[in-house]
Design a protein around this ligand. Sequence first.
Ligand code: ATP
Length: 265
Amino acid sequence: SKREGFATIPDVSWDDIGALATVREELQTAIVDPIQNPERYAAVGISAPTGVLLWGPPGCGKTLLAKAVAAESKANFISIKGPELLNKYVGESEAAVRRVFMRARSSVPCVIFFDELDALVPRRDDSISEASGRVVNMLLTELDGLSARAGIYVIGATNRPDIIDDAMMRPGRLETRLFVDLPGPQERVEILKALIRNKPIPADIAEIARLDVCHGYSGADLESLIRKAGQHALKRQMDRVEKQDFEFAVQAIKGSVGSMDKYYK
Ligand code: ATP
């Protein structure tokens, strides 16, 4: 079920996601509710939004959020990394974009997740090649062809919203932009709690993520922390992870998100 580009319902729920409460609520309203109750939108005479853009530093839960949206909506999930659609042969990239939407139409309701969207829809300025321009146009055309009633929703993700073509963010396209922030001390604890939820690891260990040594940790770094602690426990010939294993692990792992400056414009 992990193969990229194929439609399946992911097994991620809101409970698997720590912190990010505001973003979760906004996604619930923007996508999950409309998929579940399209008639409520029709009744008040408006169309539900068809897309959102998640942006923020790497490893902070954008992919996880997109999967949870699909799972909570009981919708199929098609995951595409922007660069993998790019092909040097003339017309191939546009054809690949078109095939993604065709596949989505045959598996509605469906959430299409475009990770690294900036690679697919760079800002159309003087430096952009004719070929990339055609890919941008094709994606815009497909987005404009969607209506919420058709049951296809698009979630884009990027670390660099500043280099995405503005036309992507117009009304009716990915008009809602949600910032997925690097976690602070309390949020790191919540994320670690979510990550060890179904594991034989004492829940109070999550408090360690509050420490200053964890400054700059992303959710992905917290996942590495668990692995590192587990490896340390095995090395000590233990059959359970203990606090001291996590104490070792926080010293060994450095936050991967250094300066946040580039994420605030
Ligand atoms: P990228 O920009 O690199 O694609 P991303 O923002 O999409 O990153 P994810 O792939 O969602 O990040 O997160 C990577 C891993 O980190 C997840 O599989 C999960 O284990 C963990 N993780 C990140 N954020 C959270 C969170 N808020 N709650 C629980 N786990 C998280």
